[in-house]
Design a protein around this ligand. Structure first.
Ligand code: PLP
Length: 454
């Protein structure tokens, strides 16, 4: 960690110490002698921290938040090309939201009858849900606790024990578990020779299930871009097949919603699921589930039962959501990032351009290959360096760790430690300068170990 980052954290935490005194002395903040002394002491400490930042001189006084929880400096001090972290990096506004709304049920200050998260006007959660629906070209949206919770809500609402749902052979485990969790069965649609699912494989699998089981699948859930290769799957064609068979189609936008434009209706999706912490610059856990007027009463159905003793009813609470979903810092963080997210999806073409630039540079290193489809249509890519960096790992005393260690020396993190054969990286959100630096760094490491660079 560099000194500026260290001192920034010291200053932050000192401000929290001030805040603690304010909280302890509320409502009038009349300090006793000891509190005044503490308060002045913290102010002096902040002053000297600021001096240290200015002069770039000082000691490292802080490593832990508490006990053994270390402070994290990955985004301040490194270029992070971790496959799952790029799109969830917080905006400046979201970080402020985390500071201001960290307290448990903080969003509930102004919750009035009938008590429901999406009825909140202050903070404007209801308006946010409407905007998200519009942004995705859908009719209704709700915030959920990650994409996986979106899947779970849909499978709860649509599937019964023993029902069959189709996923792709590159499906994320969480969609499979969401199906299994309600006692339904998931079956896989195979990838074609290009590692892509199209309407052809989908229709064939539907027919195969019909033939063998005598029933149609009750749900088909496909990622637009999968997490394994970040290949683009033919969601529009698959949606069309689903319509023909009248099977609801869930568009999994964990790797799309929030980084590229998505229009659910145009695609033909009945459900659009997005991940706040993967692609919407939001804290975890957060996500969105959007649907159409046709399905809203099914997935967002309200409670119907009544207490047998008390005769209590819970009115407008949405059953599969378990009432209120995302609260506090994750919700306000997602809302605070949303204006930026709406704008940034318009830059997707440029992001893809940068991705292809980097990959083309990487391919100049002798023996390097790309496992994902080419040219890249996404910023996440799986590469294969078995015939380049892995050859060095074979004789290096650090084995595969030599590579992540060389990258770290250049300030680059996020590749699975020790990986030198197949690994994923994500360059989303990096400036052109960082992209060029990244490409040069990979090539420098290659040259250092006498790999040919074209
Ligand atoms: C990351 C990912 C998920 C899980 O997203 P969460 O928001 O963490 O639940 C689901 N599907 C795909 C394709 C993913 O890449």
């Amino acid at each position: 960690m560099d000194l500026k980052t260290q001192k920034m954290y010291e200053a932050f935490f000192a401000l929290e110490d001030l805040r603690e005194i304010l909280r302890q002395t509320s409502p009038d903040h009349r300090f006793n002698d000891e509190q005044q002394k503490d308060f002045d002491g913290v102010l002096d400490r902040i002053n000297s921290i600021i001096d240290e930042i200015r002069s770039n001189k000082g000691n490292y006084n802080l490593k832990y938040i508490s006990k053994n929880i270390e402070i994290r400096d990955k985004e301040e001090c490194f270029i992070n090309i971790g496959p799952i972290q790029a799109g969830g990096r917080l905006t400046n506004e979201a970080r402020k939201a985390v500071i201001a709304y960290g307290d448990g049920y903080s969003v509930c200050d102004q919750c009035l009858s009938p008590f429901r998260l999406d009825y909140l006007k202050k903070p404007p959660v209801g308006e946010f849900c409407e905007e998200v629906a519009g942004f995705l070209g859908m009719d209704v949206a709700r915030v959920v606790r990650g994409a996986r919770n979106g899947f779970q809500i849909v499978t709860n609402a649509l599937l019964d024990k023993g029902d069959i749902a189709l996923v792709s052979s590159a499906a994320h485990y969480s969609v499979c578990l969401a199906i299994e969790s309600v006692g339904a069965i998931w079956k896989e649609i195979p990838l074609n020779e290009s590692n892509v699912v199209t309407e052809i494989e989908t229709a064939e699998k539907i027919e195969a299930v019909k033939e063998k089981e005598g029933v149609l699948p009750k749900l088909i859930a496909i990622s637009h871009f999968d997490y394994l290769f970040a290949n683009e799957h033919d969601v529009q064609g698959i949606a069309k097949v689903c319509k023909e068979y009248e099977i609801p189609f869930l568009y999994n936008g964990a790797y799309t919603v929030g980084i590229m434009p998505v229009n659910g209706k145009k695609i033909g999706a009945d459900f659009v699921v997005g991940s706040g912490h993967k692609s919407m610059a939001s804290p975890a856990p957060s996500g969105i589930l959007a649907t159409t007027d046709e399905f809203k009463d099914t997935v967002f159905s309200t409670t119907a039962l009544q207490g047998d003793i008390t005769k209590r009813k819970f009115g407008v609470k949405e059953t599969y959501l378990l009432g209120c979903t995302v609260m506090g810092a994750p919700l306000i963080g997602m809302m605070a990032s949303f204006p930026t997210v709406k704008e940034r999806v318009k830059n997707w073409d440029e992001e893809v351009k940068k991705s292809n630039f980097f990959i083309d540079e990487l391919l100049k290193i002798e023996g390097s290959k790309v496992v994902s489809e080419m040219p890249r249509k996404h910023t996440l890519t799986k590469v294969d360096t078995t015939d380049s960096f892995d050859k060095i790992a074979g004789t290096h005393k650090k084995k595969g760790y030599f590579f992540t260690s060389e990258l770290k020396k250049k300030g680059i993190v996020g590749i699975f430690p020790g990986a030198t054969r197949e690994f994923k990286l994500n360059v989303y959100g990096l400036s052109w300068d960082k992209i060029r630096y990244l490409a040069d760094s990979f090539k420098d490491i290659a040259r250092k170990y006498e790999l040919d660079v074209k």
